[in-house]
Design a binder for this molecule. Structure first.
Ligand code: PXL
Length: 283
């Protein structure tokens, strides 16, 4: 059985970060440890007056205990970080636990051309330091622009732009696999495009582009993609698993988005995700 650790916040209500990653990775048959970065009453996108408890000091203590116990991981996945200071904590975690593990960094910090409210303008440069240590990075198009210090192009791009962007990410961060999410070349299709810099190969997978936008879809995508790569799926198969699961979650939320505006119904797709993972593991 594979073992992963997911490093991100607990938003107690709101279907994102650890409340998505933990059930998703467990359903894929992966033993999942968590290293919470902060506890919030809700996520920060749309709720007012949320509470926030920073866990940076606790993270170091948890990591030291794990080190004493000789605990190891097949993969380390990071998501939303509670504060700038945590970059150093996570870098040191990579040093200690990352030598044999797949390091998967989702540089969660921005969407639709804007940084999330909790982050300062220099946060992207700090997040870039984590990306330099990663095997896999999965920015959306806004995060890719912030990481490279480039303007955000909105929806005005084509395949040539995406491929060149991926090559620039690879050149800047040296990641084995750079993946951009939320790509639409044609109006009716949405998906992810990957660049394997070592073999100079592109991979892509697209599903239906549903005419809605929900919070938390990035976390649904990245946790299932991290899971699929941890299980050992190849890039194309892993992209398919993650894109299909994300689109299924969006579809399950359509029609009830007034009630569930704070995150998508990923629970509906958990059985299917579990089945795909089981079939792969048993083959
Ligand atoms: O879904 C990303 C995310 C995770 N955690 C918190 C957030 C967000 C996005 O806004 O606010 C606390």
């Amino acid at each position: 059985m594979k073992r992963t650790v997911s490093i991100q916040d607990i938003s107690c209500f709101g279907r994102c970060s650890l409340t998505v990653a933990l059930p998703t990775l467990s359903a894929m048959g992966i033993e999942t440890a968590i290293l919470p970065t902060a506890i919030l009453s809700t996520h920060t996108a749309g709720f007012q007056g949320f509470t926030f408890c920073d866990l940076t000091d606790e993270m170091d203590k948890i990591a030291s205990h794990w080190q004493k116990e000789g605990i190891t991981f097949d993969s380390i996945g990071t998501g939303y970080l509670g504060s700038d200071e945590q970059i150093a904590t996570v870098l040191s975690f990579f040093e200690t636990f990352g030598k044999e593990a797949l390091i998967f960094v989702d540089p969660v910090m921005a969407d639709h051309g804007k940084l999330y409210p909790a982050f300062s303008e220099d946060f992207p440069q700090k997040m870039a330091r984590l990306c330099e240590k990663a095997d896999v990075i999965v920015p959306n198009l806004t995060e890719a622009a912030f990481l490279l210090g480039e303007p955000f192009v909105g929806s005005d791009y084509d395949e040539g732009y995406i491929h060149a962007l991926l090559k620039r990410l690879h050149a800047r961060f040296g990641t084995r696999l750079s993946i951009v999410t939320g790509v639409t070349y044609q109006k009716d299709k949405q998906g992810a495009v990957a660049y394997d810099g070592e073999n100079d190969c592109f991979y892509e997978y697209f599903g239906e582009n549903l005419p809605v936008s929900f919070h938390g879809t990035g976390d649904v995508f990245s946790s299932s993609l991290c899971g699929a790569l941890t299980l050992g799926m190849d890039t194309t198969a892993a992209l398919k698993v993650a894109v299909d699961y994300t689109i299924d979650s969006i579809r399950a939320t359509m029609g009830v988005e007034d009630i569930y505006w704070y995150g998508v119904n990923f629970e509906k797709g958990l059985n299917a995700l579990s089945e795909v993972s089981r079939r792969f593991t048993e083959q």
